[in-house]
Design a protein around this ligand. Sequence first.
Ligand code: FAD
Length: 322
Amino acid sequence: MKDFTLKHAKTFDEAASLLAGGAQILAGGTDIIYSMKGMHSPNLPDELVDISGIVDADYIKEDGNFLKIGALANLSAIAESSIVKKDANALAEAAKAVASPELRNAGTIGGNICQRPRCIYYRNEFNAFPCARKVKGGVCYAITGVHRYHSIFGMVGGCAAVCPSDTAVALVALGASIVTTKKTWKAADFFVIPNKDYGTARGEQINAIDSDEVVKEIQIPIVSGQKSLYRKWAFRKAIDFPQCSCAVVANGSKADIALGGVYNQPKLFTGVSTSDPVAAGETCVKGASGFDMETEAKHDIYSNTYKIAIMKTMVKRAVASL
Ligand SMILES: Cc1cc2nc3c(=O)[nH]c(=O)nc-3n(C[C@H](O)[C@H](O)[C@H](O)COP(=O)(O)OP(=O)(O)OC[C@H]3O[C@@H](n4cnc5c(N)ncnc54)[C@H](O)[C@@H]3O)c2cc1C
């Protein structure tokens, strides 16, 4: 376990000011404590700033034309909320798809969209694989190793890891905004990884926020007549990260579709026609390719090409079921 000191913040702004020296936020702790225990990275913080005591930061409410969710709302509350099911069903289904009831009770939406990658090499204990995300000049071990969990839309900055967050996919498809202590981000811009900073703590993030920036609120536009859903495929049924997932948000005969588990950020396709589900599935895997390696042919278990077939069928079925 990495040693750390713990500070407690009473407001998001206070939390942000406490991050200046390289500390990191502790919300539900289901992700960061796992990393501290596993000593996954040489960039782990010496200090954590606990935000779980910030009052009134776990709300779920309608405000004008927006559904607003506080960063400390837990995933169970979001999954069960009748307001979320009505205004942004894809998010309720994505929250419900995360891990187990215990982890959903503890895990917050803020933590879900700020969790670190789940690549098997990145997460190896004691930094056994000093990969490109964690160490300057590090390599991506997935290329020559097991890459069945990895991107089918190419690498970013020499890393093939995928965005692990279920809710990120729904938020991008729903056109959500993310309010932080510094600015309001469009979800599609938020989940751009800071690859120039690979080899530092910031380069390990799945989003573009600064190291001293804290998520306060999620805002989702309420659109009358809109239908949305989330689908997920993982190796294990009970508790597992998505290898393929999709959020479909339909307005009339057009849908915005975001894919999860297949790229370093949710992969967004806008204005897809819902009249032909088969074509929608094909549209969403255009440009996808598995890692083309000699080992792939010899050892199918290492390959990620299966994701293309699953993704195509998943989108087709999701669109057909709208
Ligand atoms: C066994 C297991 C299975 C899991 N399965 C899934 C899964 O299927 N799908 C999925 O999406 N996730 C999964 N997770 C990951 C994790 O549990 C969730 O992402 C959870 O929502 C994280 O929230 P948290 O509040 O516990 O975050 P924490 O662990 O407290 O924080 C996670 C990260 O986010 C940062 N952070 C937290 N809140 C903020 C904030 N408001 N502003 C800025 N930074 C912040 C922290 O510094 C830390 O780096 C799983 C985890 C485990 C252990």
